[in-house]
Design a binder for this molecule. Structure first.
Ligand code: ADP
Length: 618
């Protein structure tokens, strides 16, 4: 028997792991099972290269003993390790940087389950739950097996041993921290949680009591049961899978009782190799608008579950997408920090977004009915994408939908463009909170007369998003409820004339209202109301300002609105003609307040408004 000293860094690492991972000790099983799965992958590959087939089914076997001396055994018939490999692999740290990573963590980070839990610490994690570990291994192609034994302190031994066939058997002598894992249910649960989609079958051996008719124990029966699904559905070829397979996988893994609206299964080969399987739920997840929403996509590396809590896997606006990303190229020990700047992950993410947007587009063209269902749930997050994802803005502009003054249901910008009348310069839209109110807005008068369509936007983020987008295929997007919306319809001469003619009216009303308005302008479009409020092209709309205030930004002052008056209206005429200063003052104030009221903005002082209105009526 050889006695050997661990390299100093291993002793240090062991100490660190045992202390910092203490609260997540159950990850040891994931680590050992994924090592076994790797060993099976390697054997599969080696036999393939050698033109042979492995002896028997490639599998992982788990067993345990209960009672005083609790043990847990993990065995695989994979590639195995030679004497030197046992020495090198289990006596030194395979991965450079591991030690630095663990040492670099602050005390708080060490307690962060996600951070540490996602950081694979490999084989050594076994020492969190065991005070002795025995590894008996026989390398593929060799007749001799070796047994490596250590208590995880500073020494290990290696001696000759026997083992039938190649592979590795690891026996953990469970300590007080680990004794709970010498238990059938615990093992099954952990495997289901972390290793269900390992592509190889995992069997658990256990003894079960047998009973007679009267429920008296008559003996025990030895059972071996497969405890993972061993399916990794996404690794199977698309042609071998039916819609029902996808649907039942979705319902099992995403905990939904309804079938998804649709799914998208992609295998990428080449520079980066990965598989993605995405689902779009029929109903938007309940927490879609919560800041602490749960991401729906799980990350696997070579079928080994890594995390389901990484919001960086897809951009936030696609947070409703559920499913799996399984990469062949990421390291198993990938941490959250590493993921964020990882080139492989970035490639996968960029390609996945493109794929998803492409699929949405395809559905919009080929299955409008399904697309409407999709839009009813996810139009708003897609609009967030217009704001967040500059690189895909053009694609997203084709996907978002709007209500409109001229068609029922939803319309796309492309369809609007088709319907534009001759000489129409811009795409017009109006924002507000209520579709019916928008439809009857006095601002739409001229547009109706000219047969020009106006998009009705009622989502709270429309104003922000659409004004940031600015254009659709070189056509300006113009808000009807902003100043300048009518510029398209007037020649320079007409504008000049309107300004000159309106000069006196503007001056008089502006003087009466002072700071309450940013500007007074004479309208070229109003027919049946006396005045409306609009905002400057660069200011948020009146509703948006209301929203900002409601969102708790109470110190948000907003900018004063622009009052657009109808010079032909009798009330406005009366103001212009009047010489009674107090009348002019009250009338102007009422003129502004009633225009604000039609936008849903309460007068600052309702009693004062009512008094002034009354004085005008009597
Ligand atoms: P990692 O798996 O991240 O490389 P580990 O500390 O878990 O780090 O394992 C170190 C090495 O030991 C592995 O890279 C592998 O070569 C070897 N090894 C571990 N478990 C097994 C096993 N069951 N069969 C064959 N080799 C193994």
């Amino acid at each position: 028997m050889e006695r050997k000293q661990f390299k100093t860094e291993v002793s240090e690492l062991l100490h660190l792991i045992i202390h910092s991972l203490y609260s997540h000790k159950e990850i040891f099983l994931r680590e050992l099972v994924s090592n076994a799965s790797d060993a099976l992958d390697k054997l599969k590959y080696r036999t393939l290269v050698d033109g042979k087939t492995p002896d028997g089914e490639l599998r992982i076997d788990l067993s345990f003993t209960e009672g005083d001396k609790r043990t847990l055994t993990i065995s695989d018939n994979g590639i195995g390790m030679s004497h030197d490999e046992l020495n090198d692999n289990l006596g030194t740290i395979a991965r450079s940087g591991t030690k630095n990573f663990l040492q670099g963590l602050t005390e708080d980070q060490k307690k962060d389950s996600n951070l540490i839990g996602q950081f694979g610490v490999g084989f050594y994690s076994a020492f969190m739950v065991a005070d002795k570990v025995e590894v008996t291994s026989r390398a593929y192609g060799s007749d001799q097996a070796f047994k490596w034994v250590s208590d995880g302190k500073d020494k290990y031994t290696i001696e000759e041993a026997t083992r039938e066939g190649c592979g590795t058997t690891i026996v953990l002598y469970l300590n007080d921290e680990g004794k709970e894992y010498g238990n059938r249910w615990q093992i099954e649960n952990l495997i289901k949680q972390y290793s269900d989609h390992i592509a190889y079958p995992i069997y658990l051996a256990y003894d079960q009591n047998t009973y007679d008719d009267k429920y008296n124990v008559t003996g025990t029966e030895h059972k071996v049961e497969k405890i993972n699904s061993a399916a990794a559905l996404w690794t199977r070829s698309k042609s071998s899978l039916k819609e029902e397979d996808y649907n039942s996988f979705y319902k099992d893994t995403c905990h939904d009782s309804e079938n998804p609206l649709f799914y998208l299964h992609t295998k990428a080969e080449g520079a980066t190799e990965y598989t993605t399987l995405f689902f779009v739920p029929a109903k938007a997840p309940f927490d879609m608008y919560h800041a602490d929403y749960k991401p729906g996509v799980k990350l696997y590396v070579k079928r080994v579950y890594i995390t389901d809590d990484d919001k960086e896997l897809l951009p936030t606006y696609l947070r409703f997408v559920k499913g799996v990303i399984d990469s062949e190229d990421l390291p198993l020990n990938v941490s959250r920090e590493i993921l964020q700047q990882n080139r492989v992950m970035n490639n996968i993410r960029t390609a996945s977004v493109k794929k998803l947007l492409g699929e949405f587009k395809k559905i919009s063209e080929q299955n409008p009915e399904l697309y409407t269902k999709f839009i009813e749930q996810y139009n708003r997050p897609l609009k967030e994408g217009l704001y967040q994802d500059y690189a895909n803005r053009d694609e997203l502009l084709e996907l978002v939908r709007f209500k409109s003054s001229s068609v029922d249901g939803y319309t796309s910008l492309a369809a609007y463009k088709e319907r534009m009348v001759a000489d129409q310069k811009s795409i017009y839209y109006i924002t507000g909170s209520d579709e019916a109110a928008l439809k009857s807005s006095p601002l739409l008068g001229t547009f109706k007369e000219k047969g020009i369509e106006v998009l009705l936007m009622t989502d709270d983020i429309d104003d922000l998003v659409i004004s940031s987008v600015g254009k659709y295929k070189d056509i300006d997007l113009k808000a009807v409820n902003k100043s300048g919306a009518m510029d398209d319809f007037l020649t320079d001469d007409q504008k000049k004339k309107a300004k000159e003619e309106g000069g006196a009216i503007v001056e008089k009303i502006k003087k009466a209202l002072g700071d309450r308005v940013k500007e007074v302008v004479v309208s070229t479009r109003l027919t049946d109301v006396s005045a409306v409020v609009v905002t400057d092209e660069n200011d948020p709309s009146v509703q948006m300002q209301q929203l900002l205030k409601a969102m708790g930004q109470s110190d948000y002052q907003g900018s004063a609105p622009i009052l657009e008056v109808n010079a032909a209206d009798p009330f406005v005429k009366r103001i212009v003609d009047s010489t009674d200063e107090s009348y002019v003052s009250d009338a102007c104030s009422v003129l502004l307040d009633q225009a604000l009221l039609s936008e849903g903005v309460m007068p600052k002082n309702p009693a004062e408004f009512a008094r002034k209105l009354h004085s005008l009526l009597v």
